[in-house]
Design a protein around this ligand. Structure first.
Ligand code: ARG
Length: 571
């Protein structure tokens, strides 16, 4: 398949002596896709060259244009090149778009994939909720952003290890054990699961306000747990099992899957090695009974390693986990997906690993995302301002079912369709904007099926699939003719898919795919509005248009699956 940017860059490099100092890759990196198609299919912004060439951008664009020899090699791919306001614009020859169509249809399921990552391993730590705490919309982001990033890396040939680094260790388990022993009921917890555990945890905090001794009891209980006291350990294990069972229901709806479920507790006996190593490397400082690593030289507060009561913390376990992952998987990159609120934590412990002398500290990447608020207010378990994922999905699915019952009551398999569309709406909404943007969660927006939403994309897919199913003849790839500008537009959009996957991967930004899919739908619907497909008079035109519809279906399907959305054929 043509990579038009590389083709244009090669062409420039061959013809324009003034660019001799640059490699083909460097030129290709400068080339952009103009937002307005009137400005060509590709553009080289010449202001990027004005420093090296010491000339004004319009003069550079003119010179470059004049130096190009528009031979048969050139016209095989491009039909024209123009200098417009400091940009050198390339116009692609329509006939080459048929190549894209052939490419898509000859391997529809893998179109957009690549082998960029062959032989490379990515560890991706995502979702990672805390045991016995509500699994709420704040966790949705880490789960869907993480799962999408993992899908995108896999599609690019990487071997991926998804890790659910469960928050299953820490002083809160001392509190939970004390609370359970005082006020808990086995039956209630078995029936109501995490909700019952949260209730006793909240009660603990309320009671502790008037009875400060409770905090001490909790500390002792956690110390006992760290010594693996059998009774306490079994209780802890029970809390973990109950929580995971509930999390898994939501994971199944989203299609999130993990290669590893090693949570914080797994690193409990691996922190000693970290502490010894930090000591022997002279990195630990005693500070008011606690051990810290000073980071003033790097403009950060110290990283706390060991509390004065001798217990380890989140950061200590994260350092142990990173070392374990490097030793176990020898990753090329280890990615952590959490809210931006934890950025300092990651910057601190990445620095500690760097100071320990591990050169792979540079391969640790934090992928932050914006916080979620509900109708403008901060999420808070204690004030009850949370929306549980389980309830959110339940509502989304039942609302979808209502719409189906109203509009299409005889639809086959409607429960499953409602699941795919309802859950899809929620996920798509979450992935619509750049991940770093804060989200204000408004029910009506999330469950709106109008406009730029998941259901709109899924519906467009179903429409394409319906048309191709109805076409009785087999697509003939040898007889493709493009006769309408809207067909070319659609193909130009479909052609961008592999590059968009690459961009989403490099920027760790699933919203690039989400927004791209909306572009595809828009291009498709414009085409479909103006160009009869099954009713086209000419056999070759009909054949080509069916091919276009089928290619659109494949791109939508592959793209949607990258962002965790299913593609029912009938909606
Ligand atoms: N359990 C943490 C939380 O809910 C997220 C863990 C992220 N991963 C990590 N290795 N620190 O905030």
């Amino acid at each position: 398949m043509y990579n038009y940017k590389t083709e244009a860059a090669q062409f420039l490099s061959k013809n324009a002596d003034s660019l001799n100092a640059l490699s083909v890759d460097q030129i290709s990196d400068m080339i952009e896709i103009p937002p307005d198609k009137k400005m060509g299919d590709l553009a080289l912004p010449c202001f990027k060259l004005s420093r090296i060439l010491k000339k004004a951008p319009p003069a550079i664009a003119d010179d470059l244009k004049n130096s190009l020899i528009l031979d048969s090699e050139f016209s095989k791919i491009f039909k024209n090149v123009e200098s417009i306001s400091g940009y050198l614009n390339f116009f692609i020859n329509e006939s080459t778009y048929c190549e894209t169509l052939k490419d898509i249809l000859s391997s529809p399921d893998t179109y957009g994939s690549s082998n960029t990552g062959n032989g490379k391993t990515i560890v991706i730590d995502y979702s990672s909720p805390n045991i016995a705490k509500p699994f709420h919309i704040g966790h949705l982001r880490s789960t869907v952003i993480g799962q999408s990033i993992k899908n995108i890396f896999k599609f690019s040939g990487y071997s991926c290890i998804g890790v659910n680094h469960l928050g299953d260790w820490g002083t809160q388990f001392g509190k939970l054990i004390v609370a359970y022993k005082k006020w808990g009921s086995k039956e209630d917890i078995e029936n109501r699961g995490i909700k019952a555990l949260t209730d006793i945890y909240v009660k603990f905090h309320k009671e502790a306000e008037s009875d400060p001794d409770l905090e001490n009891e909790a500390r002792q209980a956690f110390a006992k747990l760290e010594r693996h006291d059998e009774e306490y350990f079994n209780l802890w294990q029970w809390f973990v099992d109950i929580s995971i069972k509930e999390f898994k229901k939501t994971y199944q709806l989203i299609g999130a899957d993990f290669e590893s479920w090693l949570g914080e507790s797994f690193y409990f006996d691996k922190t000693e090695r970290v502490i010894n190593e930090l000591k022997s490397k002279n990195l630990l400082t005693l500070d008011d009974g606690a051990y810290i690593v000073k980071l003033d030289d790097y403009g950060m507060n110290p990283c706390l390693i060991l509390k004065s009561d001798g217990s380890t913390i989140y950061a200590t376990r994260d350092i142990a986990a990173a070392i374990y992952r490097k030793e176990t998987y020898n990753f090329d990159k280890c990615i952590y997906v959490t809210s931006a609120g934890q950025s300092l934590h990651f910057a601190q412990f990445f620095k500690v690993i760097d100071l320990m002398g591990y050169e792979w500290a540079k391969d640790l990447v934090h992928v932050p995302f914006g916080t979620v608020s509900i109708a403008g207010a901060k999420l808070s378990t204690r004030d009850g301002n949370i929306v549980l994922l389980e309830d959110l999905f339940k509502d989304a699915i039942s609302k979808t079912l209502e719409i189906i019952n109203e509009k299409n009551p005889d639809l086959e398999d409607k429960e499953n369709v409602a699941k795919a569309v309802g859950v899809g709406a929620v996920i798509f909404h979450d992935l619509s904007n750049n991940r770093i943007k804060d989200i204000n969660f408004v029910w009506d927006d999330v469950l709106s099926f109008e406009g730029n939403t998941g259901p709109y994309v899924q519906y467009t897919y179903a429409r394409c699939a319906g048309i191709t199913d109805k076409a009785d003849s087999k697509i003939d790839l040898k007889n493709l003719v493009l006769t309408n500008e809207l067909e070319c537009d659609l193909l130009r959009t479909l052609h961008e898919f592999p590059a968009k996957v690459g961009q989403a991967r490099d920027e760790l930004e699933p919203s690039i795919i989400t927004r791209y899919l909306l572009d595809v739908c828009q291009s498709f619907n414009r085409f479909y509005h103006d160009c009869p497909v099954l009713k086209a008079d000419d056999a070759n035109i009909r054949n080509t248009r069916i091919a276009l519809v089928s290619a659109t279906a494949s791109v939508l399907k592959n793209g949607l699956s990258l962002i965790c959305l299913k593609t029912p054929k009938n909606i």
